[in-house]
Design a protein around this ligand. Structure first.
Ligand code: FES
Length: 74
């Protein structure tokens, strides 16, 4: 199932990037561009990351350095 239809990025791809260490929508965007066009998928990506897709999420929550979140779409 596609998460990002602009770039044809699937849920599986987002999860594999998360497993590789991408813990924020911005890091997912750096890995595969998802979320960098219309932005309509950013919330879906956030939801995927929030469901434990990222094994390093706890480190991020403890204040380990992570890149800033994307700004909210206006
Ligand atoms: S659906 Fe992902 S940027 Fe448009």
């Amino acid at each position: 199932m596609f998460v990002c239809s602009c770039f044809g990025v699937t849920e599986e791809q987002v999860k594999s990037h998360a497993e590789a260490g991408a813990c924020t929508p911005r890091q997912i965007a750096s890995a595969c561009k998802a979320g960098t066009d219309c932005g309509g998928c950013v919330r879906r990506i956030q939801a995927l990351l929030g469901r434990g897709a990222c094994p390093r999420r706890e480190l991020a929550d403890q204040g380990a350095p992570v890149l800033a979140e994307l700004p909210e779409a206006a």
